[in-house]
Write a protein that binds this ligand. Structure first.
Ligand SMILES: *[C@@H]1O[C@H](CO)[C@@H](O)[C@H](O)[C@H]1NC(C)=O
Ligand SMILES: *[C@@H]1O[C@H](CO)[C@@H](O)[C@H](O)[C@H]1NC(C)=O
Length: 195
């Protein structure tokens, strides 16, 4: 195990220990994937326009601006295995890149995968709950170390989304009661990133 992996693991454990005293285990929700979902429709580059995220679930992303997710089928796979390449900049559009590659596996139902970042970390349930030509909502959740961490990502094909679209997406996520810890929506800074 290399040093970076080791230190991430220690951080995950410490967050787990500290949070388990503060947050009861709500458990993960199990929303259905979008009825619009097809893998082909979800592939490609998405800009994160905002998110609702627990502190532990957001640990790797807490300093992120200019966040994107690129979803590509794993080459040669016929079982839906794919890669979610997460990329962002630290604190400002010129900050260092913080990139992480997630492996999407076990797609038994289209639009629902397990997402793993490295071999020891618990895998998240990863579900695309909304999908149209311009927007998507992805819900991921992990219950491990006596705590639940989740993130609801609002994704757009363009770096921006109009306010009405964001409201529609948030209303949809809220209708599924995914925000079990009543956390605040945070818009993701995308201005100045792609001039
Ligand atoms: C991170 O990903 C971006 C693409 O989003 C790429 O341009 C950059 O070179 C990557 N940086 C590192 C350090 O991996
Ligand atoms: C499916 O996509 C269409 C547009 O392509 C959109 O109007 C509709 O709301 C979507 N339905 C669901 C259930 O996501």
């Amino acid at each position: 195990m290399d040093f970076v992996t080791y230190s991430i693991l220690i951080q995950v454990l410490l967050i787990g220990v500290s949070q388990s005293f503060l947050v009861s285990t709500d458990g993960c929700m199990a929303p259905p994937p979008s009825s619009n979902f097809t893998n082909a429709r979800y592939y490609g580059l998405w800009y994160e326009v905002g998110k609702i995220q627990t502190a532990g679930g957001g640990y790797f992303e807490k300093d992120c601006v200019c966040t994107t997710i690129g979803v590509t089928p794993k080459s040669g796979a016929t079982n839906g295995d794919a890669t979610a390449f997460n990329s962002c900049r630290k604190l400002s559009p010129t900050g260092e890149f913080l990139n992480a590659t997630g492996a999407l596996t076990g797609e038994v139902v289209p639009g629902h995968w397990k997402e793993g970042f490295f071999f020891l970390a618990p895998k998240a349930d990863y579900t695309v709950i909304y999908l149209d030509d311009n927007y998507a909502i992805e819900y991921d959740c992990t219950s491990a170390f006596f705590m639940t961490n989740y993130c609801i990502h609002l994704l757009s094909r363009k770096p921006t989304a109009d306010a009405a679209a964001v409201k529609m997406l948030l209303d949809f996520a809220n209708s599924l009661q995914l925000n079990t810890q009543k956390l605040t929506y945070q818009a993701t800074m995308q201005s100045g990133c792609w001039s």
